[in-house]
Design a protein around this ligand. Sequence first.
Ligand code: FOL
Length: 212
Amino acid sequence: MPPLELTLILAATRDMGIGLNGTLPWAGLKTEMAYFARITKRSPQPPALNAVIMGRKTWDSIPPRFRPLKGRLNVVISRSTTSSLVAVQRPDDKEPVVAGSLEQALEYLERVREAGAITTGGLGKVFVIGGAQIYGAVLALRETRRILLTRITSDFECDTFFPLKLSEGEGEGGWRRSSHEELDAWVGETVPEGVQVEVGTGYEFQMWERVD
Ligand code: FOL
């Protein structure tokens, strides 16, 4: 089997701000949040199940009524987990799978994929949904091929930043912006193009791919 491919998904301001006080810096971007939910759920071939990997602080930031994120295999990374995940843990609708490190989370998903365990249709896409610490660790991995970035064009105060600058034109360190057609093809739907405005906040859906 080829190595697991990881896709980062995030919304960030122009200076790559992603969070403030343990939550999103903006409020009321319902259509943007609906995009996140739809894209992370959508499976290339149902009934395959996609996975979302997140850090413990991101888990805490999700409103309790929305977690685990439904229709996705939720994997939470926490150093204080008691689980060693030696066996393939069976998640349910109430509890996420908890891994003690990013490496353990990826090993777990490899086992799910090879065993075809947990999901009848197998494992679909694997998304990394934050936060900054987890993004930083994942960006260092070769398995990380693409970034679904929602570029927020308004300014917001932030205290947490995505650890890679993706500025218009060329990104830093081997990342290039894909065409809109490439974005549509990869996510499997026609994504609105150009600047979207919601509650007075502008944003644009983008995809970035590793150059090598
Ligand atoms: N990526 C993008 N594009 N936008 C985001 O807001 C975003 N947020 C996170 C990671 N990547 C992102 C992390 N934060 C929920 C809440 C916070 C969060 C991620 C997800 C959440 O509650 N999601 C529900 C939808 C809730 C709703 O419909 O309002 C879900 O089912 O996905």
